[in-house]
Design a protein around this ligand. Structure first.
Ligand code: ADP
Ligand code: MG
Length: 682
């Protein structure tokens, strides 16, 4: 048997169990053996009854001394039995397991595991796990016992057995994807050993070695895969070789401002890519307001002047419209036809646009995800630009590419990514960084206060509105990650606000559950200063630019990641007026303070992102989903940064030495990567 064989091949996996395992995402042997324990129970110490301590989860051996009896109490069946060893007696109760009455045998010795209650001279225990001593299976006595994430209808005990059985069957035959040299260089345990010891650790040291190796591997494989794809794309297909149009300076001259050095540098990098015959796969990373749209505009101009079409994809309709307006203004004058394709168009309008795209009447098309839909055909797509809210998967990017004869790809993101995470997120792309804001931008003054300051804060809001400015309030986050609850929070907050002296102003709310049209409507009215205060969920994180908005208030600021706070803050400070961000938090935690302090002292998204990573710890409120990071089973980006760095080196070394993974020692890596691509897990 091999790593990727189906679990049906294992003994003891019947149809019923199979379905349940599938529910847990387990299909292959590898899936099964990488279904890692979520915790362990130390059952190495078997106690005597007299040693049992109140409130402690303990394990002891005892013989049943009374006949098990079922009693009914308040709709429940309670099975009770007495057990003892030569040092004392324990009373045991189980709930709603009436069959135990027959199953437990008087006079037989069992091992019990459970939480002890001691009091009134008695020792009691409720619903312990148990096993007959002389059958002493692995799960009970004398060892560290793994506890797995479960699904409905699959018990811990059954899963433990299945995995143990798989481990026994596969011992020594699992393929190790890491070549021996790599393992030696980075001091990593062998795969069979690591897998065995992550499930059934022999001792602490073995466990630590196993864990380190498996974390390393998880990071390593994702990064290797991305680098492999990158080099494959470069080699496989020739891209379009664009020429720089002679009148390129015209665009620059028509702008009402001078490009920053960073913008010019990135534009040069893009020009280099576009004029070469390899496909451009470039990520432009720049803080909010660093001026990425102009960069995109230059790329568009080059592409269209060479006779090709451009598609630009934005995460929301509002943003698509905003891009459209900006770009239309500059390109329409040059005789370049720019179209907008968004969900709210009616069928006829859409069909018209489809047609125009197909026959090449439109040169530039800007829209939402609608652009990657299958029915949309281009005449000759030469450049695809995506403005990302969150990361698109590799798969989606590939789909875009397939719309044209290997078009160039430009990805823009306003999420500053810590250097260490760059390779995990965007290893398949070349990266350009716009690390400079246009001149004259004012720092957004940031403060953090507790809720007792709210009255003063509202007074400040009043002053600003009376000066003609506008405010955003990002609403208290609710515990459940449920949209309904979030909606309720926004509405409640708005109602309360209307009862204060701010009630005389125009207050509206915005949340993710609204229809695009409603959202659009509110945003437009806000932009036109018909709304003074906008109470919102984090949906405004990516929204249109409202240069008149000067106050951003964020409630429960401790619940947001720094990167997200920064993103939200970026909604203000977009115009000539001095802007403010006030973070409200009643949390007194040290880390929270530190995080708020970071927000207060810097406006630099990259510094913030690094700090975020450093301070986040394990409590991932603003988790990997937000960034679109791959999901890891055992590795954790925040805890295992050091291993991440090492694995990054190893991945680079691997692809540099053997970019096509043709070497025999890399067979298993290649197989695994190909599977990842096939199953779209990147
Ligand atoms: P982002 O990087 O967040 O997408 P935008 O491209 O939307 O930023 O630019 C933000 C604002 O800054 C826009 O109003 C844009 O016209 C303006 N801008 C862009 N580049 C410059 C520059 N070099 N000097 C002054 N203003 C600029
Ligand atoms: Mg932008």
């Amino acid at each position: 048997m091999k790593n990727f064989d189906k679990i049906e091949k294992l003994r003891n996996v019947g149809d019923k169990t199979l379905k349940k395992l599938n529910k847990l995402g387990i299909y292959t042997i590898e899936d099964l053996i990488t279904h890692f324990p979520r915790e362990y129970e130390d059952r190495t110490q078997i106690l005597k009854v007299c040693q049992l301590i109140n409130e402690e989860k303990s394990i002891f051996k005892a013989r049943i001394t009374s006949t098990p009896i079922n009693n009914r109490f308040k709709q429940k069946t309670i099975t009770t039995v007495k057990v003892s060893d030569d040092t004392g007696e324990v009373e045991i109760s189980w709930f709603n397991q009436p069959y135990l009455e027959k199953q437990l045998k008087i006079g037989t010795e069992y091992v019990f595991v459970g939480k002890i209650r001691r009091g009134y001279g008695k020792i009691q225990i409720d619903s312990p796990k148990y096993e007959i001593t002389n059958k002493a299976e692995f799960m009970i006595a004398g060892r560290i016992v793994p506890q797995y994430p479960l699904t409905y209808g699959l018990s811990q005990h059954v899963l433990q057995k299945i995995i143990k059985n798989a481990l026994d069957e596969m011992q020594g035959v699992l393929n190790d994807i890491l070549p021996v040299e790599t393992r030696k260089k980075y001091n990593l345990a062998e795969y069979n050993y690591a897998i065995r010891n992550i499930h059934l650790p022999e001792n602490d040291e073995a466990y630590n070695l196993a864990k380190k190796r498996l974390i390393f591997e998880e990071f390593f494989i994702v990064q290797s895969a991305l680098l492999y794809i990158k080099s494959k794309l470069k080699d496989d297909k020739k891209g379009i070789k664009f020429n720089i149009p002679e009148d390129i300076d015209l665009v620059e001259k028509s702008l009402p401002f001078e490009l920053t050095n960073a913008q010019s540098r990135v534009i040069d990098e893009i020009k280099n890519d576009m004029t070469s015959d390899t496909i451009m796969n470039r990520l432009v990373q720049g803080d909010v307001g660093s001026g990425k749209t102009v960069i995109a505009l230059m790329g568009m101009y080059i592409c269209v002047k060479n006779g090709y079409q451009v598609a630009m994809m934005a995460p929301t309709e509002i943003l698509a419209v905003q891009h459209f307006e900006f770009i239309y203004e500059y390109l329409d004058n040059e005789g370049i036809k720019v179209g907008l394709l968004v969900g709210s168009l009616n069928k006829k309008q859409k069909e018209e646009i489809y047609e125009k795209i197909k026959i090449g009447e439109l040169n530039v098309i800007i829209g939402t995800h609608a652009i990657i839909q299958d029915e949309l055909e281009f005449k000759n797509l030469g450049l695809v630009i995506t403005d990302e809210q969150h990361r698109f998967g590799v798969e989606q990017r590939m789909k875009l590419t397939s719309k044209g004869e290997s078009p160039d790809i430009l990805v823009m993101t306003a999420t500053p990514i810590p250097r260490t995470l760059g390779l995990i997120l965007y290893g398949d792309l070349d990266i350009s960084i716009v690390d400079e804001l246009p001149k004259g931008r004012q720092k957004i003054d940031t403060y953090y206060v507790n809720s007792s300051y709210k009255e003063r804060l509202y007074n400040f809001v009043r002053e600003q509105i009376d000066m003609g400015r506008q405010a955003y309030i990002v609403c208290p986050m609710v515990d459940q990650n449920e949209e309904m609850a979030e909606l309720k929070a926004v509405i409640d907050y708005t109602e309360k606000l209307k009862d204060t002296h701010l009630g005389k102003y125009n207050i509206e709310y915005l949340h993710g559950k609204m229809k695009p049209k409603e959202k659009n409507d509110i945003m437009m009215r806000y932009k036109n200063n018909e709304i003074n205060i906008l109470v919102s969920t984090t949906v405004i994180e990516v929204g249109i630019s409202v240069s008149n908005a000067t106050i951003m208030i964020i409630e429960n600021a401790e619940r947001f990641g720094l990167a997200q706070l920064h993103q939200l803050r970026g909604r203000v400070g977009r115009g000539e007026h001095k802007s403010y961000c006030v973070l409200i938090t009643d949390s007194k935690g040290k880390i929270v303070r530190e995080r708020m302090e970071v927000m207060k002292t810097t406006n630099d998204g990259f510094i913030i992102a690094e700090k975020d990573l450093e301070l986040r710890g394990t409590g991932e409120f603003f988790g990997t989903k937000q960034h679109g990071l791959p999901e890891f089973k055992i590795a954790n980006l925040y805890e295992h940064v050091n291993i991440l760095k090492k694995s990054q080196n190893a991945a680079r070394e691997l692809i540099e030495a053997d970019s096509e993974l043709k070497d025999e020692k890399n067979t298993f890596i290649k197989e695994k990567i190909e599977r990842m691509i096939e199953y779209k897990v990147l």
